[in-house]
Design a protein around this ligand. Structure first.
Ligand code: CP3
Length: 324
């Protein structure tokens, strides 16, 4: 999950050195620094590349910007004519600074710290591209997919191609694990989830694993509910990131025998702290800690998160041992 961000004073200082958020992502010196900050402060086992899922539409030629306080904004793409104007030609040049950040990171990180690369899954990225930003109901993107699936598939196919290239290049530049964020998977009924989330994801995993078979792939189909099981069984990935609503005992029974799982502490509980936080952490460890498991949040860390709560979390996880 996102572990850099505004909750860290050193992040806010680095952020202030860039004119805007995209420049931050595309300046290796700054992105390197933002990636290393949480690792330096907390001694985490893994670093996640500092970038954003929306660098891909930007590199394809769409206008993307981040407005202070209101999140990402894009000049919306709502017809196939506009899809045709996006260009794979500009992709590798547009994303080159990200590869440079990864190469430098591998040199800076301790040998034992894993380096995680990532991208947005096609549906989640497409939803931002079509809606023009975050949405409450994704009605524009979903209606397009329902009304003209073959047209919408042109956008999804372009994202399968660009995301596969992007992840392969990340592995080539030093990423040792690749994570695909499908943050808005949970808005689809079962058949839409399969067509627009699972199938494009499977195709990306297939292409990436054909070139980099040794690189583990982790999926985050946030909000997928019982369909998490289909991702565990069919996607060909090695890990699943669980959102905070996935029941722990269910995950142990239905997912952990097929893939490694990670998660799934509610980021709001990390803001709240106290006895509820300790109990929440313990419950996760007790239920999932004996299987193939990575302790993580169930979604990105919130800007309001007190540093002391993160410190408590880390010492509690590090001190935990299975009782039997
Ligand atoms: O911790 C890290 O270094 C990881 C880097 C990372 C970022 N975005 C940096 C970022 C990762 C893995 C992402 C993924 C991402 N970006 C997702 C998928 C994961 C998820 O959280 O659901 C999504 C949906 C986005 C799109 C996006 N980027 C949104 C919706 C926002 C605004 C949210 C906010 O907190 O303002 C961003 C901005 C963003 N990307 C921030 C960071 C650290 C916060 C901006 C800031 O604090 O300066």
């Amino acid at each position: 999950m996102r572990q850099a961000g505004r909750y860290l004073p050193e992040y806010r200082a680095t952020r202030a050195r860039a004119r805007d958020f995209l420049e931050f992502c595309f300046t290796p010196e700054l992105a390197l620094e933002a990636t290393l900050q949480p690792v330096r402060r907390f001694g985490l086992d893994a670093a996640i590349l500092f970038a954003d899922i929306l660098v891909v539409p930007h590199a394809l030629g769409q206008t993307v910007w981040f407005e202070e306080g209101s999140g990402p904004r894009l000049a919306p793409i709502r017809d196939v004519g506009k899809v045709a104007r996006l260009s794979l030609e500009s992709l590798s040049e547009g994303l080159a600074p990200v590869y440079e950040t990864l190469r430098q990171l591998r040199g800076e990180l301790p040998q034992e710290t894993a380096l995680i690369g990532f991208a947005g899954a096609p549906w989640t990225v497409a939803s931002y591209m079509v809606e023009g930003g975050t949405s409450r109901d994704f009605a524009v993107a979903k209606s397009w997919a329902y009304q003209a699936p073959q047209e919408f598939a042109q956008l999804i196919d372009l994202l399968v191609e660009s995301t596969s290239r992007y992840l392969m290049a990340q592995a080539g530049a030093g990423a040792e694990v690749l994570q695909l964020f499908d943050s808005w998977a949970g808005v689809w009924p079962e058949s839409g989830l399969r067509r627009w989330c699972l199938e494009p994801t499977m195709e990306i995993v297939r292409r990436v694993k054909a070139v980099h078979p040794q690189v583990p792939v982790v999926l985050f189909p946030r909000g997928a509910g019982a369909s998490y099981e289909a991702f565990a069984e069919e996607a060909g990935a090695q890990g699943l990131s669980l959102d905070p609503t996935v029941p722990l005992a269910w995950a142990r029974e239905h997912l952990q025998d097929k893939v490694a799982v990670q998660g799934n502490l509610d980021p709001v509980l990390l803001v709240t702290g106290g006895a509820m936080l300790e109990e929440g952490i313990d419950e996760i460890l007790e239920t999932l800690g004996r299987g193939p498991f990575v302790f993580n949040l169930g979604h990105g860390i919130m800007p309001e998160t007190p540093l002391e709560h993160v410190e408590t979390l880390i010492s509690q996880v590090r001190a935990w041992r299975p009782k039997s």
